[in-house]
Design a protein around this ligand. Structure first.
Ligand SMILES: Nc1ncnc2c1ncn2[C@@H]1O[C@H](COP(=O)(O)OP(=O)(O)OP(=O)(O)O)[C@@H](O)[C@H]1O
Ligand SMILES: [Mg+2]
Length: 342
């Protein structure tokens, strides 16, 4: 882990549901104590910090918060689950951070010694890209597993990202699977079947990244998983469509997979400069209570840059706000399970 640099993104919002910002705007909630995390995406180059007393600069305060988070993280051993946890990451709304969340949680868990498999169930193959895994048309992929009964073992490859991190890639063929599945026997349970006949004990976690739809691929992921993680973007339409997703989950639990449980909601792309973000976070917490992780993922340039280097932000810039936040979120996920299991 690199120490966060004083000029880069530094702090996360570790527990309060509020991140901090140095720059005020017309939209900024004015009652919060403000601590710098990262400059706004568009004004990064032009920002000039106001003079402050030595040792009490926003950057120094942010660095102190980051050090605290990193120290806390390093002090604790993360518990490993007694049996493989299969976590489906789904939300039919597009661009809410499903893939970013799958990849970065997987990397954070792998960095703490867990063995992790990311199943890429999205024809876009974004998770495969972010994990640096080849997914051109000729690569054996989740399409072959779902449609041609190829064993998962034949397609799982190591990610060059981290030693304990693996990926079952998606190729564009998977787009056709949505239609081809319709006429297949047990069309909703094909992923479940292949996971059941696969030696999952090799992994502590299997994370399934879903496409932005409630079609058969997502249904397969819901039937195949035991836990559902829903990323919710902190913006105006955040809750739109959520009732539809919950409705689908209820159908799945009553007919196809009783063990499925909405275990985790993660607030993503939190922009501390806007009232809207904190309003959305509050609203989601009031509806879903403890299911919502305390950690929120801030909007961060580093997070969005990482995939273009075939990396997670965890390795691309481990001291950045995004990496620290995903690490905290992964730690919460690992510890929550341990509390439930004990
Ligand atoms: N915390 C963040 N800060 C800044 N950008 C982010 C953050 N999280 C995600 N992004 C960017 O937002 C876009 C959408 O994220 P992502 O691809 O993870 O969403 P998704 O839900 O998987 O999308 P899709 O529905 O298309 O599969 C990407 O360009 C990603 O880099
Ligand atoms: Mg995606």
């Amino acid at each position: 882990m690199t120490e966060p640099s004083s000029t880069k993104e530094t702090a996360v919002e570790p527990s309060s549901g509020h991140a901090f910002s140095m720059q005020g705007t017309a939209e900024t909630a004015s009652v919060e104590p403000r601590l710098e995390t990262e400059a706004p995406m568009d004004s990064r180059e032009t920002f000039v910090p106001a003079p402050s007393p030595p040792g009490d600069t926003p950057v120094a305060r942010a660095a102190a918060v980051a050090r605290e988070v990193m120290a806390k993280r390093g002090d604790r051993e993360w518990p490993r689950p007694a049996k493989t946890r299969v976590i489906t990451v789904a939300n039919q709304k597009g661009g809410v951070g499903k893939t970013t969340t799958s990849v970065n949680l997987a990397a954070a868990l792998a960095m703490h010694g867990a063995r992790v498999l990311v199943v890429d169930l999205d024809p876009q193959g974004n998770a495969s890209t972010a994990l640096g895994v080849d997914h051109h048309a000729d690569v054996p992929s989740m399409y072959h597993v779902l449609i041609e009964d190829l064993p998962l073992d034949d397609i799982v490859v190591a990610s060059p990202e981290l030693p304990n991190l693996f990926c079952a890639p998606a190729t564009l063929h998977l787009a056709g699977a949505e239609i081809e599945l319709v006429s297949k026997v047990a069309r909703e349970s094909r992923l479940r079947r292949s996971l059941d006949s696969y030696d999952k004990s090799k992994f502590d976690y299997v994370l399934i990244d879903c496409p932005p739809s409630l079609g058969l691929l997502t249904v397969n992921a819901l039937v195949g998983g035991e836990e559902l993680l829903i990323p919710i973007q902190c913006e105006y339409y955040a809750l739109e469509g959520l009732s539809q997703l919950i409705g689908t989950v209820e159908l799945v639990t009553s007919h196809l997979n009783q063990t499925l449980n909405v275990s985790t909601i993660l607030l993503t792309m939190y922009d501390a400069r806007t009232r809207l973000a904190s309003q959305v976070a509050e609203e989601v917490r009031s509806h879903f209570g403890e299911t919502v992780l305390k950690t929120v993922i801030p909007r961060s340039v580093r997070v969005s840059e990482a995939p273009s280097y075939g990396q997670s932000v965890m390795t691309y810039d481990p001291g950045s706000t995004g990496a620290l936040a995903y690490s905290e979120a992964a730690s919460e996920i690992a510890h929550r399970w341990a509390e439930v299991a004990s």
